[in-house]
Design a protein around this ligand. Structure first.
Ligand SMILES: *Cc1c(COP(=O)(O)O)cnc(C)c1O
Length: 370
């Protein structure tokens, strides 16, 4: 690929030398699971996010699931989820035997339409899960207001938004719990699958710590649901080294996003900057007519793209039995056919952003000759 969609090697290269001695030490000690580097990372990540507690886990999906489990969500309960998210958000609800209730997206922010949350609430509703999609913070004040009015929990899915700010606070620290994924391609990525839950609630933190480790409160006494969602020590070593660089990487993404916004041809709809916080541009998602032709044209130029996500959750085969139909979420359905994620990673060259924009302008011109 002349310009890959994402370049993980460019990021790894910056930390490999620094972490090799620590990796060797873990390999020699054999403290592979929940070793000291895990608690060190938990402390640093909690401080960075501005939450009292962080709990290291094996994935972002586990963080979402254990957050809901710790808040007591289970069979018979309903949880509000945006219809345009990665399936993990809703899967966490389903795995606990509760029902995800989908809410339409907002076309301008790509996030849940906060004005439509209230209409989805009934006596079974227990929680709202706002997703800071693409690294763009949800407008949290209206979400917290409606949650307070109906006595609901708020679990933030911050899996794409490490470091993003809402009115001076890091996302993940605003609701009752926040879930992060450290999947390698996220803004903060491990050397494999990992995740974390953050919270200010000591009970939630305690319960999640017990549940991640087969429900133990003391050794071989299992009083909580006995899951296995522990974080591996090697991931904590990698994450601690990368956390120091996260703000720099996010600043670089922001600069590249600005360049894209300046140079994109007019007929391509660029994402908007929010005025109530800062975005971290996990993905740079535009909307275009003839999206599939556009992707094919970029592909022949060696430019990688993605679609996040092509099928809204209410149309996913796994959720067929929830009873939703095509037409239920017209905004999400329309946007799903138009979105394309352009290359975006901190190490991307400015000249490559300009080149992608030039190729897009050429495509637009050939598609609409004057
Ligand atoms: C990546 C992601 C997750 C799940 O994270 P995993 O670590 O892959 O389990 C959840 N929600 C969103 C929005 C994500 O992008």
């Amino acid at each position: 690929m002349a310009i890959p969609f994402v370049d993980l090697q460019a990021q790894q290269a910056q930390v490999v030398d620094e972490i090799l001695p620590e990796i060797e030490s873990v390999l020699r000690q054999g403290n592979f699971i929940l070793g000291d580097p895990v608690s060190q990372f938990e402390a640093e990540f909690a401080e960075y996010i501005g939450s009292d507690y962080a709990v290291g886990l094996d994935s972002g999906l586990s963080a979402l699931k254990l957050a809901l489990a710790a808040l007591g969500i289970g069979p018979g309960d309903e949880v509000i989820v945006p219809v345009n998210t990665f399936i993990a958000t809703a899967a966490a609800v389903s795995f606990l035997g509760a029902r995800p209730v989908f809410v339409e997206m907002d076309e301008d922010t790509n996030n849940i339409d906060v004005t439509r949350i209230e209409a989805a609430i009934n006596e079974r509703t227990k929680a709202i899960m706002p997703v800071h999609l693409y690294g763009s913070p949800v407008d949290m004040d209206p979400v917290m207001a409606v949650a307070n009015r109906y006595n609901l929990y708020v679990v933030e899915d911050a899996a794409q938004a490490h470091g993003a700010m809402y009115k001076g606070k890091r996302v993940g620290s605003i609701g009752h719990a926040g879930a992060f994924s450290f999947y390698p391609a996220k803004n903060l990525g491990a050397a494999g699958d990992a995740g974390a839950l953050v919270t200010n609630d000591p009970d939630v933190a305690e319960r999640v710590k017990g549940m991640r480790n087969v429900g133990q409160v003391e050794r071989y006494i299992h009083s909580l649901p006995p899951y296995n969602h522990r974080m591996d020590t090697l991931h904590a070593v990698v994450l601690t080294a990368k956390l120091k660089r996260l703000d720099g990487w996010n600043a670089s993404r922001d600069h590249l996003a600005g360049l894209y916004i300046e140079n994109l041809p007019q007929s391509i709809i660029a994402p908007q900057r929010i005025d109530y916080g800062t975005q971290v541009w996990h993905l740079f998602v535009v909307r275009a007519e003839r999206r599939d032709d556009l992707r094919a044209a970029l592909q022949t130029e060696g430019i990688g793209t993605g679609i996040h996500y092509p099928v809204p959750l209410h149309l996913q085969p796994y959720y067929a039995d929830l009873g939703y139909q095509r037409g239920d979420f017209p905004v999400a359905e329309m946007v799903a056919d138009e979105i394309v994620s352009l290359p975006m990673y901190a190490e991307m060259a400015e000249s490559d952003v300009r080149l992608v924009c030039e190729r897009l302008s050429e495509f637009v011109l050939t598609a609409n000759p004057t």
